[in-house]
Design a protein around this ligand. Structure first.
Ligand code: NAP
Length: 263
């Protein structure tokens, strides 16, 4: 049995992860941490009976007293970074879906994992369909140098552009055999009308109530276009990927920054 502590347990993703962990027979949930709902039993939070696990606001205590094998983190960027750092220091492997960590924060975690010989998985998107979308984008990028990304999320999402869109841009940039030669002469009548620009790839972020997590990667060529689209209709779409990472993370001795490296 793999012992799990969840940070961000009171949040939307945290609750889905609690359900997923309690429903899997190879994991035991031993602790839950959040700044909200402190002292509440995690069972009723997700419509289950009481589980005897109360939300704590102190990760250090949970790491020391509950002796977890892994930490699953869905919080905010700076908190997620500190949680993962702390976990690795305690010899606990983090699996984090928190988006918005800086390159330097990820690099610090990578170095700490290498020093401690501990596995970690940081994945901007745990939906398996999204990971496959990124792979397909990598194939298309070898033949279509002109591409733009539209990512669409619920209006509560804090960071923009999404971690998935940035990860997709990285995959495309690495796969491109030639760069776009088409001229973008458009004059922006409103600032950022053409979206953000990551090394020549335009990324457009849409935030609206009713959406969950969606992305289109649109490749254009003379007389044709190719659109690769993925939709997450509910947060449960992320759970199989979280469990897959949680099952593999302890066999790693380094940090991996995408689910792509595990499937
Ligand atoms: P959320 O509902 O706001 O949940 C985050 C929870 O963490 C909140 O309860 C938040 O409290 C809490 N928190 C804040 N500071 C904390 C601390 N110091 N210790 C412990 N908990 C703390 O957000 P969400 O929708 O679940 O998303 C969480 C993260 O996961 C975001 O970065 C999101 O982009 C990411 N995400 C990733 C994937 C993926 O597949 N990788 C999928 C969905 C979401 P407050 O509300 O008081 O700040």
């Amino acid at each position: 049995m793999t012992r799990v502590v969840i940070t961000g347990a009171y949040g939307r993703m945290g609750r889905e992860v609690i359900k997923g962990i309690l429903s899997a027979d190879d994991f035991t949930l031993v602790g839950a941490v959040d700044v909200n709902g402190v002292g509440e039993d995690i069972g009723p939070l997700i419509g289950f009976k009481e589980q005897g696990i109360l939300i704590s606001d102190n990760l250090d205590t949970e790491l020391q007293n509950k002796k977890p094998d892994i930490l699953i983190d869905f919080t905010t960027a700076d908190v997620g970074f500190l949680n993962c750092f702390n976990a690795i220091l305690h010899g606990v492997s983090p699996v984090s879906g928190t988006t918005g960590m800086s390159d330097s924060q990820i690099e610090q975690l990578r170095m700490l994992c290498a020093e401690k010989q501990i596995g970690a998985v940081l994945a901007p998107n745990f939906a398996l369909g999204a990971v496959i979308m990124m792979r397909l984008a990598g194939i298309a990028a070898q033949y279509f140098p002109d591409v733009e990304i539209i990512e669409l999320h619920h209006d509560q999402k804090i960071d923009a552009p999404s971690g998935t869109s940035l990860g997709t841009a990285d995959v495309i940039l690495a796969a491109q055999s030639k760069k776009s030669t088409s001229q973008d002469n458009s004059i922006e009548k409103l600032k950022c009308a053409r979206g953000a620009n990551k090394n020549g790839i335009h990324i457009h972020s849409v935030r609206l109530p009713g959406l969950i997590a969606h992305q289109e990667v649109i490749f254009g060529g003379p007389g044709q276009s190719l659109t690769i689209r993925h939709d997450s209709y509910g947060r449960e779409s992320f759970i199989p990927g979280v469990l897959l990472a949680a099952r593999k993370v302890r066999s790693l001795k380094c940090l991996v920054n995408s689910l792509n490296e595990l499937i």
